[in-house]
Design a binder for this molecule. Structure first.
Ligand SMILES: [Zn+2]
Length: 330
């Protein structure tokens, strides 16, 4: 379990949380909202640890006291995690945490509840939880995590201090991969570029390894699409109609591909390419497209990615995109 000071990225959020601990001006409830895989959970655990530490240093946990050690080992009696079981958080789970928080803290001066995927609370559970927010008990602090905060009750949201997490920059993901996965910087660049700003996803991609085969498949399809009418475009789409995560990776791969075509057309500088190992194909395809067409395609892939994020059907999203990128009939 990390300290706040060890976290990569989200520095504005980290300093806000450290200031809260340092000054003792801690809200009763926080909502950490933002996309999956950017580190909301990591920050929440580190914040919880700082909140429970007896001798915080500049708002961060000391990492050495009994509370810090217990929190790190996952057995601090005043730190409670609530997760969906299996798909929703039920009223009984909320009642249980309420009962525990009605008692004085076991050993510390404060209790911390981390509610993961808070949007999965059933209506009953959310209404029950609302009472806790309306009448906070003692020094309890709740941290709600959600990548779909618009599904939460507005009355719950309005009683939380809302903190918005964003995607990490390319440089931050590279730095994270070097630190977490022990990769060399040069080897971290491709998974970082394909991660869409999610360190969690970058770590998975780096571990999975076969990025070359996966890129080759996507680039070959992209090249074939230039000549493909709708029927053929749909047939090509069948090779990618998989799980949401796979389709997401396809879109990130395509974005990098078209970005490379654009960079090559504009600069002709090999050093600026991400997929340098595909230079012959990039050179050939860059000739087949105009710059304005490549820009248009990049917008279309971005739109498809946003639709996927907004929960569109993955298979349909690939099919629509491929038909859009194919040749127009007649
Ligand atoms: Zn400590």
């Amino acid at each position: 379990m990390k300290l706040l000071g060890e976290i990569i990225g989200h520095q504005d959020i980290i300093s806000l949380l450290r200031k809260a601990v340092d000054t003792g001006r801690v809200a009763h409830a926080y909502l950490f909202a933002g996309p999956a895989g950017v580190g909301k959970g990591t920050v929440a655990r580190a914040f919880a640890r700082a909140l429970l530490c007896r001798q915080p240093r500049q708002g961060d946990a000391c990492g050495q006291c009994r509370d810090c050690r217990q929190a790190a080992q996952g057995n601090h009696p005043d730190l409670i995690f609530v997760q969906p079981t299996p798909n929703t958080i039920k009223i009984d789970q909320v009642r249980e945490i309420q009962q525990r928080f009605a008692l004085t803290p076991y050993q510390g001066f404060r209790q911390v509840g981390v509610i993961e995927q808070a949007e999965t609370m059933t209506a009953e559970a959310a209404n029950c939880f609302l009472k806790t927010l309306e009448e906070p008990q003692g020094e309890s602090v709740f941290i709600l995590l959600s990548d779909q905060p618009y599904l939460l009750l507005p009355t719950v949201v309005s009683r939380c201090q809302q903190i918005f997490f964003h995607f990490l920059s390319f440089g931050e993901v590279v730095e994270g991969l070097v630190a977490l996965a022990g990769l060399e910087r040069a080897k971290a660049e491709l998974p970082a570029a394909l991660s869409g700003g999610s360190l969690g996803r970058a770590v998975k991609l780096a571990a999975q390894g076969n990025l070359t085969g996966q890129r080759k498949k996507a680039f070959t399809a992209a090249a074939a699409l230039t000549e493909a009418f709708s029927g053929e475009a749909l047939r090509l789409a069948q090779n990618f109609a998989g799980e949401r995560e796979e389709v997401h990776l396809l879109f990130e791969t395509l974005l990098l591909w078209y970005r490379d075509l654009l960079v090559w057309r504009v600069s002709g500088d090999e050093k600026l390419l991400v997929n340098r190992d595909f230079l012959p194909l990039i050179r050939q395809e860059a000739k087949n497209c105009t710059t304005s067409r490549i820009i248009d395609i990049i917008y279309k892939v971005e739109q498809a990615k946003n639709r996927l994020r907004a929960n569109a059907n993955p298979r349909l999203t690939v099919e629509v995109l491929f038909v859009q990128l194919g040749r127009k009939e007649g």
